[in-house]
Design a protein. Structure first.
Length: 301
């Protein structure tokens, strides 16, 4: 990396503070920065008066917006809430950052792409969202970049981390292990591809991007790609669980969300900006599961 880090001593506000990525950002910044990371209950980003009070209290120089309404199926039924959290609140946060001279970092998703082609999607590719969740997240991207010109919008995919995902009953890894222990077998879609991303790795990359003044759109994921089925097989192998995982095709339920079959993001801009590539998704998974106590005990010979 070039130069010296420039976040030391900064005042940082992280919205959605109890989430997976927010928790990893907090862990990595708290010793060097003055970090405030309120939970959703403590800071509702859709309540402008509450947001204004939070900005007044901490006067942030960097804001990481990790707050999101990301239950894809529920978003289809609760359109107003989806746009309130994922778009309108982003617009207000971006405005406050621009008015106060703060850097604004907003987290987005691979779902903004239609996923109907074979090649990975780069930052230069035209989005084609096909669900309320995806449309609202793309609207949030536009709001961030329109109202805070030097904003950084980071798209990623398949996030999992040490702190789980409370709104979904744990992260994907935890849920699959819990499900197989309850049910004894699994079915998993084999026609949706992505780059699963460990939030500890993602947090490091985002901090580096902010330190080197990267702005605009940036794709950040672990390297390589797999299907959700292959990801699940790797989870079971690492956990030492022998189980049949039946590969199935994606079936969209009536009124359900349309999910991209190809959700693989390429990271061309990260390389151009001098940022290091993240390690492979399977190496990151093994590291996470070992640290979380989910990996099988090594055999003793």
């Amino acid at each position: 990396m070039r130069g010296e880090p420039r976040l030391d001593g900064r005042t940082v506000l992280i919205t959605g503070g109890s989430g997976q990525l927010a928790s990893d950002l907090h862990d990595r910044l708290r010793e060097a920065c003055d970090v405030t990371a309120p939970t959703r209950a403590e800071l509702d980003v859709t309540d402008d008066a509450v947001v204004a009070a939070a900005f007044e209290r901490c006067r942030p120089s960097v804001v990481f917006n990790c707050a999101a309404f990301h239950n894809v199926e529920v978003c289809e039924r609760e359109e107003d809430r989806s746009f309130d959290v994922n778009a309108r609140a982003v617009k207000r946060l971006a405005q406050r950052c621009a008015d106060g001279g703060a850097r604004f970092v907003h987290l987005s998703t691979n779902y903004v792409f239609g996923g109907d082609r074979a090649d990975p999607y780069g930052e230069e590719d035209l989005p084609s969202p096909r669900s309320i969740y995806a449309i609202s997240k793309l609207a949030g991207e536009h709001a961030a970049l329109a109202y805070c010109p030097d904003a950084l919008v980071v798209r990623s995919s398949g996030l999992y981390g040490e702190h789980g995902s409370a709104s979904k009953g744990g992260n994907f890894v935890q849920r699959m292990i819990h499900r197989v222990r309850e049910q004894g077998a699994l079915k998993m879609v084999a026609d949706q591809r992505l780059r699963p991303t460990y939030t500890a790795d993602l947090a490091e990359a985002i901090i580096a991007a902010v330190e080197w003044d990267v702005s605009g759109l940036l794709h950040v994921t672990n390297s390589g790609s797999c299907s959700w089925h292959e990801f699940t097989l790797a989870i079971m192998e690492t956990a030492g669980i022998e189980v049949r995982v039946e590969p199935v095709r994606t079936v969209r339920a009536p009124g359900g969300a349309d999910r991209p079959l190809n959700g693989v993001l390429s990271s061309g801009r990260a390389g151009e900006a001098g940022l290091s590539s993240l390690r492979s998704w399977d190496a990151a998974l093994e590291d996470y599961m070992a640290g979380a106590g989910l990996a099988a005990e090594p055999s003793v010979r």
